[in-house]
Write a protein that binds this ligand. Structure first.
Ligand SMILES: [Zn+2]
Length: 109
């Protein structure tokens, strides 16, 4: 399962802090404008998204990272299903050739 870097960092940081007695904090901009100015990929408003996540947001589309992950997974699943239905199992490229097909033999002079 793919996991976003932002989420991994968020989940991992408290563990690292506990293990090594660190006081590291994630310092994200608190608004999209601030994030744009700082040219960073994520910001954190602390507000709850439509689906009830309190997560980082993507600067480029304001989407919550959790929602974005769910959406991306759905897109992947749909594409996988589409490509699986296109393939007809057991048919090789040679199998598609006409029964009367013969190779063209080019003789060297
Ligand atoms: Zn969300």
């Amino acid at each position: 399962m793919a996991i976003s870097r932002a989420r991994l960092l968020r989940d991992l940081l408290p563990v690292l802090n506990d293990m090594f007695g660190l006081g590291l904090e994630l310092n994200y901009p608190t608004s999209r404008d601030e994030a744009r100015r700082a040219r960073v990929k994520y910001y954190f408003t602390g507000k709850v998204c439509r689906q009830g996540h309190t997560a980082l947001r993507l600067t480029h589309n304001m989407s919550c990272v959790e929602c974005n992950e769910i959406y991306q997974r759905a897109v992947c699943d749909r594409r996988r299903a589409q490509s699986a239905s296109k393939k007809s199992p057991g048919v090789t490229p040679m199998g598609r050739l006409d029964a009367n097909w013969k190779p063209t033999i080019i003789e060297e002079k």
